[in-house]
Design a binder for this molecule. Sequence first.
Ligand code: AMP
Length: 137
Amino acid sequence: MAEPIDVFSVGNDLQISALANDRIVHAPTSVSIRDAAKTMDTEGVGLLILKENGDGLAGVVSERDVLRAVAAGTDLESPAISIINGDTFTRATPTSTVREVGLEMMENYIRHVLITEDNGELVGVVSIRDLLAVIVN
Ligand code: AMP
C-alpha cells in the first residue's frame, strides 16, 4: 500500500507557479453584474478581473460578490464594480509556496489569490480548487 501523504506538509516547498492554472478572465469596469456572472459562467471561472483601459487592475468580482448582490436584491444591470470588496488585492508571486498561498486564503477568507510578478504584472489566478489538487493528486 502507498505511504499516506502528509497533507499538511505537502505544499510547504511546492511553488504556486506549478498549480496556477486558472485562466485570467477580464471584463471592462462598465460590465453589469449580470454580464459579469454570465462571463464567469461561460468561462468556468469564479473570479473576474475588472480592468481599466490599459493595464490597471480596477477590481475583482467573485461568485461570492454576485451571490451577495442577488441576496440583497441588487439590480443586476448595475455595474459590477459597485459590488466589489475594495481595491486592495491579496497577491502572491510565482515563487510563493502552496502553503503561503493557502495561509493567505485562510487569513483573508478568500478562495482566490492573484499571482503577480514583482513589477505588479498579473500573471495568474490561483483558486482553492488548485490547492485541492495538491492533496488529491
Ligand atoms: P472568494 O471567496 O474568493 O469567492 O471571495 C470572497 C471575497 O473576497 C469577495 O468579495 C471577493 O471579491 C474577494 N476576493 C477574492 N479574491 C480576492 C483577492 N485576491 N484579493 C482581494 N479580494 C479578493
